[in-house]
Design a protein around this ligand. Structure first.
Ligand SMILES: [Zn+2]
Length: 755
């Protein structure tokens, strides 16, 4: 029995890699220094892992993203990057700065003679908040293996004299997550086979023993055609594996649709997720598992931060062992990339909570414990091991939940709200947050550290709100916001004010590249003991005659971007949160706030990977949202905001939220979602974002006018709202003012032709 991992975080225990990357992006250090220091970090990490694990990860320590690493390795560089003069031609033998330049140009975009070269698209990695870069496949791409970075990873791992496996994304997942610009997917199968075969040859030459091919796509619904592709790819690739041992690593669910094909292929090991894929165990029992294949048992949860229940895991593994007789490696359920580094750095958490937490390093320790306990075949745990297993969370109160429809139907509410708000046609607004600069972050930090007192802090925030109200009035926006200046983050801020949550000091998790987030921990029952946003928003409303829109984060988004407790049904947690938000909303409307927006930005993200599980998730999301917003009066306009497009078949669910207005990300995906909202938009007010907030580019009045007119082809004028894609928090003030100014002017031009 051995221990290993599907993957480990790579931003650095103290975010060192993040800091290095940011310095490189700001040209404070060059590529050589970046690579040297990143390699040193990787070495320290591998060294520590090699003390604890039997087989360590290699090539998992990506500088930016694993999918980007794969496409760089294959040299399938999209033409717009290849056309940049310094990156043209073959990559082999290019100097380090050039190779890195190209790698990061694909991740972050570039500029050539004043013309923007757009980066690769970013998408969420399955149901996580981690974003990968989307390869773009076209038939004329030239593929050329560029192994220099991979080779360096292998050398670093080899120096430790510890068995390692090289981590790569498998061909089916690579293909299915790519954006295919031309031809059917089958056109790329042979190219992929050739690339993976070349790669295998390279690994053999380097004397590599194990390669891990990650295929999370296998846990989604697969049809006959998909299974055939899987068969074809692996049959031909594995044919040339020679002495190389191949681990097929799956995670995020079970692989029911492809089980028998997996069993028929000559894999040396198969990795299964026993946490999210509980059905995997049943499949082993009913369908069998190939005799001489190692089972990599993913039993330590890579998606949550609670200590494993070793008392349950030990008999589970023992049972597998006695039934299967296969060699078993103990592993994480998926990469530990989705949890923070270590609990060690948390000085403020109560000890009884801290004891119950396992971040990445602690999970590595759990694997070791589990192995020892299983190997020694002890029926029960020793005292020290017991101290590490989980105990139950604080008791919970039952929350009664029943869905009541809003008393007045939407079209009647519409007139009541129109009367109160008297908005023009094509109302203009923003999604809530405004740019947060260094000054503001410093102010919040000083307040947190007790360097300035509450009065000074609040005064300064109020100054910002005041200036923003004036600015929005000058710009001519119709519905104003207070700017969300008091919030570090749309979820963490609420977590800090609600009972039942803890926020961490150092619990950073990579979101993409050098961007990190700090998800709060839901620990006890959630209660609201005092107002959260009410004072700021009512202050903002007191400064203007125009309607102020209050912005709150919705229950499903708070849950999806937190670590949740597992002793309670998710629905109970969701309803506790809904109750808390409901109280906040009641107070806001009592203070005379005429519009309330409840953001469900992360709704799309955790939509289950299998279609059959959608309904339960959507029902819960709708129920929690409705519970939170149930008391909104008919003359108060209820908005929601959602991002990460690709709503297609979700539109039916959005109807059930029963909101008055929805604003939705649309520009980033080039308005592809407009057609799916054509039906909905007939009689539901909707604001598809007119410009992408992820880019500093300021769209011109003419361009924005064109986009608004295009939207009017799908949505009638009295249903259309005009707003950006999402919040403006990460943008600069200057570009924001310019873009919003153009947005208002473009709207005015269109209005003139409508009246
Ligand atoms: Zn958004």
């Amino acid at each position: 029995m051995k221990t290993t991992l599907v993957g480990f975080p790579r931003i650095g225990k103290n975010r060192e890699l993040k800091t290095l990357l940011d310095s490189y992006f700001k040209n404070r250090i060059d590529g050589t220094r970046l690579i040297q220091e990143a390699a040193a970090l990787e070495e320290v990490q591998l060294q520590a892992l090699s003390q604890q694990l039997d087989v360590i990860p290699c090539a998992d320590f990506s500088l930016y993203d694993g999918m980007l690493d794969m496409l760089y390795l294959f040299g399938c560089i999209p033409p717009r990057f290849k056309d940049i003069p310094q990156y043209a031609g073959s990559l082999a033998h290019r100097d380090l700065e050039t190779r890195l330049g190209l790698y990061f140009a694909m991740a972050r975009g570039s500029e050539v003679q004043g013309k923007a070269i757009y980066p690769l698209e970013m998408k969420k990695w399955f149901t996580t908040n981690y974003h990968y870069l989307v390869p773009e496949l076209s038939l004329e791409l030239s593929w050329e293996l560029e192994t220099s970075f991979l080779e360096a990873h292998i050398e670093r791992a080899r120096r430790l004299h510890c068995p390692f496996k090289v981590h790569l994304i498998g061909p089916l997942t690579f293909l299915y997550l790519s954006k295919i610009l031309e031809g059917p997917p089958d056109k790329y199968l042979d190219t992929l086979v050739i690339q993976y075969q070349r790669l295998f040859r390279f690994l053999q030459q380097k004397g590599v023993e194990w390669v891990q091919l990650e295929e999370p796509i296998l846990v989604t619904d697969l049809c006959h055609e998909d299974v055939k592709r899987f068969q074809y790819l692996y049959k031909t690739i594995l044919f040339t594996k020679g002495t190389l041992k191949v681990l097929l690593q799956t995670y995020f669910g079970d692989i029911r649709d492809v089980w028998s094909e997996v069993c028929q292929q000559p894999f040396d090991a198969v990795g299964l997720d026993f946490v999210a894929g509980t059905k995997n165990k049943e499949l082993i029992q009913t369908e069998g598992f190939p005799k001489n294949t190692i089972l990599v048992a993913g039993c330590i949860d890579g998606r949550n931060i609670w200590r494993a229940n070793l008392e349950e895991l030990i008999p589970f593994i023992q049972d597998l062992q006695s039934k299967m007789k296969n060699e078993i490696w103990l592993s994480s359920s998926c990469s530990l990339l989705h949890v923070p580094y270590t609990v060690e750095g948390e000085r403020k958490l109560p000890p009884e909570l801290k004891r119950r937490l396992a971040f990445a390093w602690e999970k590595v320790g759990e694997l070791e414990h589990l192995k020892t306990a299983v190997r020694e075949a002890r029926g029960h745990l020793s005292v020290s091991e017991k101290a590490h297993s989980s105990s139950s969370l604080p008791p919970s109160t039952f929350v009664d939940f029943s869905l009541t429809p809003r008393p007045i139907p939407r079209h009647e509410r519409y007139w009541l709200q129109q009367k109160r708000l008297s908005l023009p046609i094509l109302p203009t607004t923003t999604i809530g947050s405004f740019p947060q600069d260094e000054d503001l972050r410093r102010l919040r930090k000083q307040y947190r550290q007790g360097k300035i007192d509450e009065n000074t802090y609040e005064d300064r925030i109020r100054q910002r709100i005041r200036a923003l109200v004036v600015l929005q009035e000058e710009l001519g926006l119709d519905v104003l916001v207070h700017g969300e200046y008091e919030r570090n983050d749309m979820v963490e801020y609420f977590a800090e004010y609600l009972e039942g949550f803890y926020t961490t000091e150092e619990g950073w998790v990579q979101s993409y590249g050098s961007r990190v987030t700090k998800p709060p921990i839901i620990y006890g029952d959630i209660h609201r003991t005092h107002p959260i946003t009410v004072p700021w928003i009512s202050y903002a409303q007191s400064l203007t005659q125009k309607p102020m829109k209050a912005i709150l984060t919705g229950p499903i988004t708070i849950i999806n971007w937190s670590f949740v407790r597992e002793d309670l049904a998710l629905s109970t947690v969701a309803f506790q949160l809904a109750e808390a938000l409901r109280a906040e909303i009641s107070e806001l409307q009592e203070k005379g706030i005429p519009i309330i927006q409840v953001d469900e930005a992360a709704l799309r993200e955790k939509l289950p990977l299998r279609r059959g599980e959608w309904e339960g998730y959507i029902n819960l999301a709708v129920a929690a949202f409705r519970r939170a917003t149930e008391s909104v009066r008919p003359d108060v306009q209820l908005h929601t905001h959602m991002c990460y497009s690709e709503f297609g078949s979700l539109v039916y669910a959005i109807e059930a939220f029963d909101v008055d207005v929805i604003t939705i990300e649309a520009a980033r995906s080039h308005f592809g979602l407009l057609s799916s909202f054509r039906e909905y938009g007939k009689d539901h007010p909707i604001g598809p974002g007119v410009y992408d907030i992820h880019s500093p580019l300021v769209p011109s009045v003419a361009e924005l006018e064109k986009r608004i007119r295009r939207m009017l082809e799908y949505i009638p004028p009295d249903m259309l709202w005009i707003n950006p894609d999402c919040g403006l928090k990460t943008r600069g003030m200057e570009e924001t003012v310019a873009a919003l100014n153009n947005m208002v002017q473009a709207t005015q031009r269109v209005r003139q032709t409508l009246c």
